[in-house]
Design a protein around this ligand. Structure first.
Ligand code: UD2
Length: 318
C-alpha cells in the first residue's frame, strides 16, 4: 500500500490539505512534532495515520521510509517563523533545510515516488522592489528562514535534474484562513485581526497595532485556494521540475483590509499606530501566469475568503 505523506500535517495549511486529500480518498500519513501544529487540527478518519516526530532527526526519517511506501510527499513541515530563524538560526536550519534533504534522500532511495511537493515562501524575494513577482524575479533572501526556504526549493528542483525525482516547489504569498495561530506579533496579520474582532464581538476592549501608514499591500490568498494549488501541482505532469508562485495575483492595503473587515463584522476596530516595522516590505503581489497555465484559478477574493473565515471562527467560538 502506498501513502500520501504530509509533513506539518497538523499545522495551519497542512491540516487543510489533509482534509482535501481525504475527500479525494487518499491514505494519508501525517508527520508533525506538534511544536506549532495541534493534534485537534487532525481530522479523525480511518485513512489518517498520525506520527508524532521530528523531521530534523535523520534516523526518524529513515525509519519512516522503511515502514511506509510513499506515492506523494507534501513537505510543509517547517519552523514557520522568520523571528525564530533570526534568534536561533542553527535550530531552524535543521528543520527548514536539513529535513528537506533527509526526505529527498528517503524518496530517492525508495524509488516509487510520483511527486515531491515543497512549500517555499515569497520571503525568498526579500525587499527587492520589482513587482509583480514572477518565478524568475530576482531573489534576495534576508533572513535565515528565507535562505533555508530558497536552498530547500533549489535542492528539491535539483533532485529532479540530477536524479529524475519528480519534484515541484511552490512559493506561498500571504496565506490566511482558519487554524492560523494569531498568538505572536509576527503571526499573519489576518489571523491577528480576526482575533481582535472576535474579542470585540464579546465587548472586550482591544486595540490593533498598525505598523506604518497602513498603505503597505499584500497578496493575501485564502487557504482553500492554496490547497487547490497544492493538489493541482501534485497532479500536473507539467509541474515536474518547476517552481510556482501561489498567490491571487491581486493585492490589498492594510487600510483597505481593515475597512473590509469592519464592514463585514459591523464592528469598529480601535487602532494604535506605531512606526513601520524594521525589515517590512512595502508592497507585494504575485504574478500567477505560470500556475494559471497549468489550470489554477483562485476562487476566493479577499471578501469571500474573509467572510468564510469569519463565519467559521464565530461558529467555533459559540
Ligand atoms: C510575511 C511572512 C513572514 C515573511 C515575510 C517576508 C506571514 C505571516 N509572514 O510577512 O514570515 O515570510 O512575509 O516578506 O506570512 N502588521 C501590523 N500589525 C500587526 C501585524 C502585522 O500592522 O499586528 C503589518 C506588518 O507590519 C506588515 C503587514 O501587516 O506590514 C503584513 O504582515 P504579516 O506579518 O502578516 O506578513 P508579511 O508579508 O509582512
Amino acid at each position: 500500500m502506498s501513502y500520501y505523506l504530509v509533513t506539518g500535517g497538523a499545522g495551519f495549511i497542512g491540516s487543510h490539505l489533509v482534509e482535501e486529500l481525504l475527500k479525494l480518498n487518499k491514505k494519508v500519513i501525517i508527520i508533525d512534532d506538534l511544536s506549532m501544529g495541534k493534534k485537534e487540527n487532525i481530522p479523525e478518519h480511518e485513512n489518517v495515520t498520525f506520527i508524532k516526530g521530528d523531521i530534523s532527526d535523520s534516523e526518524f526519517v529513515t525509519d519512516i521510509f522503511m515502514r511506509y511506501q510513499f506515492e506523494k510527499i507534501y513537505h510543509l513541515g517547517a519552523i514557520a517563523s522568520v523571528a525564530a530563524s533570526v534568534e536561533t538560526p542553527l535550530v531552524t536550519h535543521k528543520t527548514n533545510l536539513d529535513a528537506t534533504l533527509y526526505l529527498l534522500e528517503g524518496a530517492k532511495k525508495q524509488g516509487i515516488l510520483k511527486r515531491f511537493i515543497f512549500a517555499s515562501s515569497a520571503a525568498v524575494f526579500g525587499d527587492e522592489p520589482t513587482l509583480p513577482k514572477t518565478e524568475t524575479s530576482d531573489i534576495k533572501p534576508l533572513s535565515p528562514y528565507a535562505i533555508d526556504k530558497y536552498a530547500s526549493e533549489q535542492y528539491v528542483l535539483t533532485y529532479n535534474r540530477l536524479y529524475n525525482l519528480p519534484t515541484t516547489a511552490v512559493r506561498f504569498f500571504n496565506v490566511f484562513g482558519s487554524r492560523q495561530n494569531p498568538s505572536s506579533p509576527y503571526s499573519g496579520v489576518v489571523s491577528i485581526l480576526t482575533d481582535k474582532f472576535l474579542e470585540l464581538e464579546k465587548n472586550h476592549q482591544v486595540e490593533f497595532t498598525l505598523y506604518g501608514d497602513g498603505e503597505q499591500t499584500r497578496d493575501f490568498i485564502y487557504v482553500k485556494d492554496v490547497v487547490s494549488a497544492l493538489v493541482l501541482v501534485g497532479e500536473s505532469e507539467k509541474a515536474i521540475g518547476e517552481v510556482f508562485n501561489v498567490g491571487t495575483g491581486n493585492s490589498i492595503s492594510l487600510n483597505e483590509l481593515i475597512s473590509l473587515y469592519e464592514k463585514l463584522t459591523g464592528l469598529k476596530l480601535h487602532i494604535k499606530r506605531e512606526d513601520e516595522r524594521a525589515g517590512d516590505i512595502k508592497y507585494s503581489y504575485s504574478d500567477i501566469t505560470k500556475i494559471k497555465g497549468i489550470g489554477f484559478q483562485s476562487l476566493y477574493n479577499m471578501e469571500k475568503g474573509l467572510t468564510e473565515y469569519w463565519n467559521e471562527e464565530t461558529k467555533r467560538k459559540e
